[in-house]
Write a protein that binds this ligand. Structure first.
Ligand code: TTP
Ligand code: MG
Length: 413
C-alpha cells in the first residue's frame, strides 16, 4: 500500500451566500439567495447559490430566480459581489498552498490537493485535513467541507457527503463499500442520458454497475463503458493537475429581453469584442481563432469558428471576423437570447520562455503563476455553469447596467 495516493477535495459551503452572511451579520441564520434580481417574481435570471437556510425551502443553485422568489419571498435576495468572492477565493487558495504545492483549482471555491507527500508533515492525513479545515475557518470566517481518499473521484464524492463543515475520510479498503449504495449519477461521465440507459438495464447504484459484466458495458458504451466500470470499482488514476495555461479568452452576454434587432446584436458583439481584446492584451496574449456563438429564444445554440493566419488582439479584427461568420446564420424566425465571442489558438507574443527566463524575477513569475491559476479557477466555473454563471456574472457585478457584457475567459478542454 506504499504507493497509495492521498487526495483531498475542498469545497466551501454555500460560498457566495456564506461570504454575505459573514460580512452582514444581520443575514446570519436567514435564507439568503445570491443571484439575479427577482423583480418581485418576474426576474429572468437564476440563483447563483443560496444559504443552507434557503435550501430548506427547496431553493438551489441555477434555479430560476422567479421560482426561488415563489418558494421564499421573504428571503434576502442579493445580486452579489463577484470581486469580493474572487478576493476570498484567492485567500483560500493561499491557505491551500500551505499544505501542498499540488493544488488543482476546480472552481472559485473548490480544489483538489495531492497531499501524498506532505501529510506526514502534519502528523497524518487526518491531522492534515483537520488542520486545513480549521485554518480556512479561522482565517476566512467561512466553513469548508473536505473529502479525503485514495483518488480524486472518492475525494470529490466524500466532500459532498456531510456538508456543511463536513470531513469524510475514506480509507482505501473502504472504497467499494463507500461507493456501493450511491446512485450511478454520482460517477463522473454519467449524465442524464447515460443514467437513463443504465436504469433501463436495471443499474441504479454504483454497486449495481460494479456488479455488471465489464464486457457488456464495453459492448454497450464502448470506451466510456469501460471507464464507468473502472470508476464504479473506485479506480481513478487521474492526477491532480497544477496546469495554469489559459487556452482561450471569451465573453458572452444574455440580453435582458430576447431581441430581434440586428443592430443591438451587432452593437453587443462590438462590446464583447472590445472586452475580449482588452483581456487578451492585458494578459499579453494573441490568438488565431475567433468563435462566435448565438443562442435563440428557443435555446438552440449555434457556434461558428474561423481561424486566420495572423495573430489577433484588437477589437475591430475580432469583431469583423465574428460578424462575418454570424452573417452565415439565418436569424429571421427567432429572437436572440445570447451572443458570445471568444478567441482561441493563443500564443504569447515574444514567446513565453523569454518572459519567464529573462524578463521577470522569481516573485514576478510566482505572482503571475498564481494570478493565472486563479483566473483559470474562476473561468472554469463559468465554463462549467455556462450561461447561468454569466447571467449571474452580469448581475453580480452590482451597479453595472444589465446590458453590459460580463468578462469571460473560457479554457478549452
Ligand atoms: P458550489 O460549490 O457548487 O455551491 P456552494 O458553495 O454555494 O454550495 P455547496 O455548499 O453546496 O458547495 O459553487 C460555488 C459557488 O459558485 C457558489 O457559491 C456560487 C457559484 N455558482 C454559480 O454561480 N452558479 C451555479 O450554478 C453554481 C452551482 C455555483
Ligand atoms: Mg461550494
Amino acid at each position: 500500500m506504499e504507493n497509495e495516493r492521498v487526495i483531498v477535495h475542498v469545497d466551501m459551503d454555500a460560498f457566495f451566500a456564506s461570504v454575505e452572511q459573514r460580512d452582514n451579520p444581520e443575514y446570519r441564520g436567514k435564507p439568503v439567495v445570491v443571484g439575479a434580481d427577482p423583480k418581485g417574481g418576474h426576474g429572468r435570471g437564476v440563483a447563483a447559490t443560496c444559504s443552507y437556510e434557503a435550501r430548506q425551502y427547496g431553493i438551489h443553485s441555477a434555479m430560476p430566480i422567479s421560482q426561488a422568489f415563489r418558494l421564499c419571498p421573504n428571503a434576502v435576495f442579493l445580486r452579489g459581489r463577484m470581486d469580493v468572492y474572487e478576493d476570498v477565493s484567492r485567500e483560500i487558495f493561499r491557505i491551500l498552498e500551505q499544505f501542498t504545492p499540488d493544488v488543482e483549482p476546480v472552481g472559485i471555491d473548490e480544489a483538489f490537493l495531492d497531499v501524498t507527500r506532505t501529510a506526514r508533515l502534519f502528523g497524518d492525513k487526518r491531522a492534515l485535513a483537520e488542520k486545513l479545515q480549521k485554518r480556512i475557518e479561522e482565517q476566512t470566517g467561512l466553513t469548508a467541507s473536505l473529502g479525503l481518499g485514495p483518488n480524486k473521484l472518492i475525494a470529490k464524492i466524500a466532500s459532498d457527503m456531510k456538508k456543511p463543515r463536513g470531513l469524510v475520510i475514506v480509507e482505501p479498503h473502504e472504497v467499494e463499500a463507500f461507493l456501493r449504495p450511491l446512485p450511478v449519477e454520482k460517477l463522473w461521465g454519467v449524465g442524464k442520458k447515460t443514467a437513463a440507459v443504465l436504469h433501463e438495464l436495471g443499474v441504479r447504484t454504483i454497486g449495481d454497475l460494479a456488479g455488471t459484466d465489464s464486457g457488456e458495458m464495453i459492448r454497450r458504451f464502448g470506451k466510456h463503458g469501460e471507464c464507468m466500470w473502472e470508476l464504479a470499482h473506485g479506480r481513478d488514476e487521474s492526477q491532480v493537475e497544477v496546469s495554469w495555461v489559459v487556452k482561450s479568452v471569451g465573453n458572452e452576454h444574455t440580453f435582458e429581453h430576447d431581441t430581434d434587432s440586428p443592430k443591438l446584436v451587432e452593437a453587443t458583439l462590438m462590446q464583447l469584442s472590445e472586452s475580449v481584446a482588452h483581456r487578451l492584451r492585458q494578459a499579453g496574449l494573441r490568438g488565431r481563432t475567433v468563435t462566435v456563438k448565438i443562442r435563440f429564444e428557443n435555446f438552440t445554440t449555434l457556434t461558428r469558428s474561423e481561424t486566420v493566419e495572423r495573430l489577433l488582439d484588437s477589437a475591430p479584427e475580432i469583431f469583423e471576423i465574428a460578424t462575418s461568420n454570424l452573417e452565415r446564420v439565418r436569424m429571421k424566425d427567432h429572437k436572440v437570447r445570447l451572443v458570445g465571442v471568444s478567441v482561441s489558438g493563443l500564443e504569447e507574443p515574444g514567446g513565453q520562455r523569454q518572459t519567464l527566463l529573462f524578463e521577470s524575477s522569481h516573485e514576478d513569475r510566482e505572482r503571475e503563476r498564481k494570478r493565472r491559476l486563479l483566473a483559470q479557477a474562476i473561468d472554469r466555473i463559468k465554463e462549467r455553469y455556462g450561461e447561468n454563471a454569466l447571467r449571474q456574472g452580469t448581475s453580480l457585478l452590482g451597479p453595472e447596467p444589465p446590458e453590459t457584457p460580463e468578462r469571460r475567459a473560457k479554457p478549452e478542454r
